[in-house]
Design a binder for this molecule. Structure first.
Ligand code: IPE
Ligand code: MG
Length: 222
């Protein structure tokens, strides 16, 4: 979800105003996703690398995250949305972790859209954590090195219960993956748009979904 800062600068507003508008865009997309036929939607909300931003911006982002979860949980629960998080979200501030846990618990039995929020997430860090967990099993004598396969690794990723990525949408004209779901994107289709995230809406989402539907996916076959 990129482009909040540029959106704010274009309007001579503080960056936090861009992040606030970005939350509105996230709301629109979560509402529209089920109608478009999206079963799982992952939002890259805060990366492991975002800590490098000025402390004031990090604190604005954390404040907005708390506000979003608090203000959205009733609607998400009513819309049958099931929430999950990936990344080291338990390392966030205790009040945020507590709120995130409450929201998780409230939506676990829902059967509608699976909404995955990447929080304090970095794909390389995720892979390292998975490798450590696998190595611990080997060290404990429960797993033989030659028995390790792709499924072993996948079962230890944060996305163990989430299907591989079909489509990556990146806003604001950047043409990068930025440490997002690197393993899970092995055969993902990529779609880039110059639209800044705060301007993202159902129409852009439909455009992406239509582009995806026209792609021919071969997974290495012919
Ligand atoms: C993305 O927008 C928001 C988050 C990282 C949460 P940016 O803040 O990266 O916006 P630009 O790239 O400066 O426009
Ligand atoms: Mg950016």
């Amino acid at each position: 979800m990129d482009g909040n800062g540029r959106w704010a600068r274009q309007r001579r507003l503080p960056r936090v105003a861009g992040h606030r508008a970005g939350i509105e865009a996230a709301r629109r997309v979560v509402r529209a996703a089920p109608e478009i036929g999206i079963g799982t939607l992952t939002l890259y909300a805060f990366s492991s690398e975002n800590w490098r931003r000025p402390a004031e911006e990090v604190s604005d982002l954390m404040g907005l995250l708390l506000t979003y979860v608090r203000s959205e949980i009733d609607e998400l629960a009513a819309a049958d949305v099931r929430l999950s998080y990936i990344g080291e979200w338990r390392q966030l501030a205790p009040d945020i972790v507590a709120e995130l846990e409450r929201a998780l618990e409230r939506t676990q039995r829902n059967r509608g859209l699976h909404l995955v929020v990447a929080l304090n997430y970095g794909a390389q860090q995720e892979i390292v954590r998975a490798v450590r967990a696998v190595a611990a099993e080997v060290a404990a004598g429960r797993l033989a090195p030659h028995a390790i396969d792709r499924a072993t690794l996948e079962a230890h990723l944060d996305t163990a219960d989430i299907p591989p990525v079909d489509l990556v949408i990146r806003s604001s004209g950047e043409l990068r993956l930025s440490n997002f779901l690197l393993w899970q994107c092995a055969y993902a289709e990529l779609w880039f748009t110059p639209v800044l995230w705060p301007d993202f809406d159902e129409i852009v989402l439909r455009e992406a979904a239509e582009a995806f539907a026209r792609r021919e996916r071969r997974f290495g076959g012919r």
